[in-house]
Design a protein around this ligand. Structure first.
Ligand code: AMP
Length: 189
C-alpha cells in the first residue's frame, strides 16, 4: 500500500493537490474537512455538533476523528492506498493513525509538506471565501485557523521528521507545476 499524508497550512492547496494525486496514483482521498462539511450540510448529529467549532476555525475534538477515520477507511476497495488531506492535525490524531495503520498491517509511506508563507495564505483564503462562500473563510477566522495550525498542527512535522519521512515541497507556483513536483516526490517514496 502507498499511504501519503499531504501536510500544510490551511489554503496551501492540499485539497486541490490531493484530489489530483488520488486520481493519478489510484488512492482513496480522505479529507476530514470535506467529511465535516458534508455532515454539516446534511444536518446530521455529527454535523450539528461540529458546526460552531468549524465556523470559529477551531479544531474538532480528537475523539470525534477516530470513528470518522475508521468509517472512511472502508473506502479503500480496489485502491492502492490513502492520501490523507487535513488529517492528522494533532499529535493524538497522528498516534491514532499509527495504530490504525498497524491494524491494517501497513504504514505511512511519506509525509509531503507544502510550504506557503502566511500572507500568501491569507490572501488566497480571502479570495476563496469570495468564490466559494465558505463560512470559515472570513479574515478573523482565517487568522485563527493559522494560529491553531501553528500551535497544534505544525508540531506534527517534528513527530514525522523523527521517523525520517518528511518531504518538503514549495507550495507557491502554478497548480500544475506544484503537482509535477509532488508526483516526483511521491514516485520516490
Ligand atoms: P479543512 O477543509 O481541512 O481546512 O477543514 C475545515 C475545518 O474542519 C477545520 O478548520 C477544522 O475545524 C475541521 N477539521 C478538519 N479536519 C480536522 C481534523 N483532522 N481535526 C480537527 N478538526 C478538523
Amino acid at each position: 500500500m502507498m499511504n501519503i499524508i499531504l501536510f500544510g497550512p490551511p489554503g496551501s492547496g492540499k485539497g486541490t493537490q490531493s484530489a489530483m494525486i488520488a486520481e493519478k496514483f489510484n488512492l482513496a482521498h480522505i479529507s476530514t474537512g470535506d467529511i465535516f462539511r458534508y455532515e454539516i450540510k446534511n444536518q446530521t448529529p455529527l454535523g450539528i455538533k461540529v458546526k460552531t467549532i468549524i465556523e470559529k476555525g477551531e479544531l474538532v475534538p480528537d475523539e470525534l476523528l477516530i470513528d470518522l477515520l475508521r468509517n472512511a477507511m472502508d473506502k479503500i476497495k480496489d485502491r492502492n492506498g490513502f492520501i490523507f488531506d487535513g488529517f492528522p492535525r494533532t499529535i493524538p490524531q497522528a498516534k491514532d493513525l499509527d495504530i490504525l495503520m498497524t491494524e491494517m498491517k501497513s504504514n505511512i509511506s511519506g509525509v509531503v509538506a507544502l510550504e506557503v508563507d502566511e500572507e500568501e495564505i491569507v490572501g488566497r483564503l480571502l479570495k476563496r471565501a469570495q468564490l466559494e462562500g465558505r463560512s470559515d473563510d472570513t479574515e478573523d477566522v482565517i487568522r485563527n485557523r493559522m494560529s491553531v495550525y501553528r500551535e497544534q498542527t505544525e508540531p506534527l512535522l517534528d513527530y514525522y521528521s523523527g521517523k525520517g519521512i518528511v518531504n518538503k515541497v514549495n507550495g507557491v507556483g502554478s497548480i500544475d507545476d506544484i503537482f509535477l513536483t509532488l508526483c516526483d516526490v511521491i514516485e520516490k517514496l
